[in-house]
Ligand binder design. Sequence first.
Ligand code: PLP
Length: 264
Amino acid sequence: MANEFPQTLTIAGTDSGGGAGVMADLKTMQERNVFGTAVVVAVTAQNTLGVQDFMALPQKLVDEQFASLAADLKIRACKTGMLADAEHVHGVVENLKRYDFGPLTVDPVMIAKGGAALLADDAVATVRDELVPLADVLTPNLPEAERLTGVKISDEKGMEAAAVVLQDLGAKNVIIKGGHETTPQQARDFVLLEDGRSFWLTAPRIDTVRTHGTGDTLSSCITAELAKGQDFETAIRIGKDYVTAAIANPIAVGNGHGPLNHWA
Ligand code: PLP
């Protein structure tokens, strides 16, 4: 059916506080006018103060969610977020190879802003060796890019060098998010496209604690735009603008690192 409504998928962990993970993904997809679906890999007990606990679902139930979607829906683009541990990263990779869910955006989630580890240490190698090579778009922040590449990033040259290594590992298009940079006045992300073109995305740095779920929002906005047929560069640029607007107009929710404003 040529005119099916664009359908997207997030493969990730939930956030009971509603600001990150699957919840942020589905809200973003809704706002970007695509139909969002979710394969839940892990459930977190979480609020704006932090992650109190989490547990990954049995891999069999994760597999069954993939099978349910494949049997019925026409997913045009998908993303991964929190995948918890090496077993689940590997299981998700197997499913992504089994089914065609369109271009894959990989947000290699490792540690929440509050410090909670959302990926087991020994799973970083599995992400690097098995998941990154499947990524049409890879969206690491600075610490994640360092962990995946071994490149110590202290300046712009470091970001550029890490992006090249990530492409060598198999990711097609790479955006390294500079939000963790402490010095500049601006939030600068470096983009390296599949065809070798590269550019910086720059936005004024906004002084706020309400940045919970920024990575999820960026990667799910990119996924939504890819499902609508945008090219990678356009999808990435729209994603950056969407996140910038969502940070710039905060809503008061919770007492800690509050969520973004998805209506901005
Ligand atoms: N919880 C879940 C389930 C997530 O997927 C993420 C990020 O991807 C977070 C929490 C962390 O969000 P943040 O670091 O923006 O606070």
